[in-house]
Design a protein around this ligand. Structure first.
Ligand SMILES: *Cc1c(COP(=O)(O)O)cnc(C)c1O
Length: 400
């Protein structure tokens, strides 16, 4: 095993003991409504459980008007209280650095607001749309790309125009793919989601529906058999989950993902490359291996968007390229996500790859493999006319 790999990152799926809640909380632990009611969302809740640094205390006070803090007990229990740099803690506990906007940062880094034909519907690519169903999540990621509107405490609010959005989809026949996101769509009740999916499924040109959700990680208890049975009626339906660190893949998460996979829902994962969370080959490798064991295919690794107050969580692009180089060829191809940058201002997702194409000369290319060895691959040779004539003669000889 890689010596730099902490012991809890290997293939073990640990169900962490609820060390931060009284023992009788265990009676309610698998009830997702209890999990939602008992989220850690105030400074006093947080300070009662963790010894906060000054940077975190100030971060929580500042977050109240930007992006709310909220952490499900399930996810909170993954925090290592002995480790102030815990990668779980860094994702959900606000820090003072969030209060500073670096000059390259924006409230709307991917230019979504200017690509909304109807409020709540982002139409950037010709054949697919992003449909924002809600501004709420089970827990809030501190690097949220939509922190300008998500959680409802910032200056901007999501005001999805439901009827206008459905009518836009019904009358725009080149849209064949709808991505439901927000916020987290799986926070809606089964009945409400069923109605939305039924209405979308009634549109003949919509072939493919997917849901982006971090609920299987933040609140795996929400993935009930009833929810899976409802989702199953709306195939072909895919789900993209969001996992950044192998420790997030607990026993509960693995079981929840198994229920979704058993309902025939293909699962992909989207990770965000985050400083101090998953910015090493060792952590990424452990993550993608555990994802495959949960029947989840790593889909995208995102360079962190230029969101306001995110500079302490962002890495250089070169670090992301180095991670892909450390994966490609060194592990299963199924385990390697596509590294992408969502073009600042609205370019869409741009794939970023290590350079394996070293040179293109007339007639051949020079390639580099994962071990750094070089290979030539020539273009096809034209068949010489004399060879062609010879083969014609030979064929004629056969038929006489
Ligand atoms: C990410 C995204 C999509 C889906 O992109 P894929 O590459 O097909 O996964 C669609 N619309 C918007 C606005 C997006 O940001």
């Amino acid at each position: 095993m890689d010596p730099t790999l902490p012991s809890d990152l290997d293939s073990a799926f640990i169900s962490h003991a609820p060390g931060y809640w009284p023992r009788d909380a265990m009676n309610h632990w698998s009830d997702y409504k209890w999990q939602l009611r008992n989220r850690v969302d105030t400074l006093s809740d947080l300070a009662a459980r963790l010894q906060l640094t000054d940077e975190e205390r100030a971060g929580v006070l500042l977050a109240g008007h930007k992006l709310a803090m909220s952490i499900t007990p399930h996810f909170f229990n993954l925090i290592d209280r002995e480790d102030p740099a815990c990668p779980i803690r860094r994702q959900v506990v606000p820090r003072i650095e969030e209060g500073w906007n670096a000059p390259e940062e924006r409230a709307d880094p991917c230019g979504e607001d200017s690509h909304m034909p109807v409020p709540g519907l982002v139409h950037r690519y010709p054949d697919r749309v992003l449909f924002l169903l809600t501004d709420h999540c089970a827990s809030y990621c501190r690097y949220c790309t939509r922190s300008r509107m998500v959680s409802g405490v910032g200056e901007q609010h999501l005001e999805t125009q439901w009827e206008a959005a459905f009518r836009y989809l019904e009358t725009t026949p080149h849209v064949r793919d709808v991505l439901l996101s927000g916020g987290d769509p799986l926070l809606f009740s089964d009945e409400r989601l069923d109605k939305i999916l039924t209405r979308l499924r009634a549109i003949p040109h919509i072939q493919f529906i997917r849901i982006g959700s971090r609920i299987p990680i933040f609140l795996p208890q929400r993935i009930t058999p009833d929810l899976c049975a409802m989702l199953k009626k709306h195939h072909p339906l895919f789900i993209s989950i969001h996992t950044n660190h192998p420790r997030e893949l607990t026993l509960e998460a693995r079981d929840a993902l198994g229920r979704l996979a058993d309902a025939g829902i293909p699962l992909g994962n989207q990770s965000v490359l985050l400083r101090g969370v998953n910015d090493s080959v060792a952590v990424q490798k452990a993550l993608v291996h555990k994802l495959l064991m949960c029947r989840v295919r790593p889909y995208y690794l995102y360079q962190c968007d230029l969101i306001n107050g995110s500079s302490h969580l962002r890495t250089s692009v070169a670090e992301g390229v180095a991670i892909i180089e450390g994966l490609r060829g060194h592990t299963s191809g199924y385990a390697v996500p596509q590294f992408v940058i969502d073009g600042p201002g609205g370019g869409g997702k741009i794939p970023i790859n290590p350079n394996y194409l070293i040179d293109t000369a007339p007639g051949s290319v020079t390639l580099r493999n994962f071990e750094g060895k070089f290979f030539e691959y020539p273009d096809p040779s034209p068949m010489p006319p004399a060879e062609l004539a010879l083969l014609h003669d030979k064929a004629l000889g056969r038929c006489s």
